[in-house]
Design a protein around this ligand. Structure first.
Ligand code: CO
Length: 172
């Protein structure tokens, strides 16, 4: 799978609710994990690979047991806020400080369609919030302060020149 970079249009398109839980969905999730590992990410959302559906994959631990597939996820509870470094596979080379909730409770469906609940903190909580933003078309650039925008102006411009309106994709 190809990872679409800012400012590809598909990144701005909100994902549609997933209604069919079949082998095809499981296959998409599997291929998203492979794409994420190849790119050394801890999370990847379907819109980043050109699919406008509400699904993301995560692995904050880097072990097989650490794999999580969240379908139609929503945050139902959040506490405290914390600021930390954040990057995005759709913004290669850009890292900024972003304020997020420190602890969250997420309701989602697994690949069988069963309702699940998870509680997350630390890096995993940050990653989940980042990926859910993707499902709503919200990107790292939207989280930037004016100062951060200025500091990353050149890098953003490079991405715009390289990827604007072309549907061009970046791998890894
Ligand atoms: Co991202």
């Amino acid at each position: 799978m190809k990872i679409f970079c800012y400012p590809s249009d598909v990144l701005r398109k909100p994902g549609e609710e997933v209604a069919r839980f079949d082998d095809e969905l499981a296959d998409v999730a599997r291929r998203m994990f492979e794409t994420m590992y190849t790119a050394s990410g801890v999370g990847l959302a379907a819109p980043q690979v050109g699919l406008s559906i509400r699904m993301c994959v995560l692995n904050a631990e880097g072990t097989p047991e650490g794999e999580r597939v969240l379908v139609n996820p929503r945050i139902v509870e959040r506490t405290d806020t914390v600021t930390g470094d954040e990057g995005c596979l759709s913004f290669p080379g850009i890292f900024i400080k972003v304020q997020r909730s420190a602890r969250i409770t997420v309701r989602y469906q697994d690949l069988t369609g069963a309702e699940q609940t998870l509680e997350a903190d630390g890096l995993f909580a940050r990653a989940v919030q980042h990926e859910i933003d993707h499902l709503d078309g919200v990107l790292l650039v939207d989280k930037m302060t004016r100062v951060q925008q200025m500091a990353n102006r050149r890098a953003l411009k490079m991405l715009e020149l390289r990827h604007a309106g072309t549907g061009d994709a970046f791998v890894g």
